[in-house]
Design a binder for this molecule. Structure first.
Ligand SMILES: [Zn+2]
Length: 66
């Protein structure tokens, strides 16, 4: 998992077509993104977001749910 947050990766003159709803990062044509719950998330944000969403299902190995 990567925790590097790229705010401005703008080496070319590509025009961002969308923005990440989480970090505000610019999404350029062809960049992977995930559309969830009406929001667009970039690659760096989708995993933490998913983990938060799945928090109710989180357990710990060796522990049994009551
Ligand atoms: Zn993001």
């Amino acid at each position: 998992m990567r925790y590097i947050r790229k705010r401005h990766r703008d080496p070319q003159r590509a025009v961002p077509v969308e923005q990440c709803a989480c970090c505000g990062g610019e999404l350029y044509p062809g960049n992977p993104c995930w559309r969830l719950a009406g929001r667009t998330l970039c690659e760096d944000c989708v995993v933490p977001w998913l983990l938060r969403e799945l928090a109710p299902f989180r357990g710990r190995a060796g522990e049994v749910e009551p």
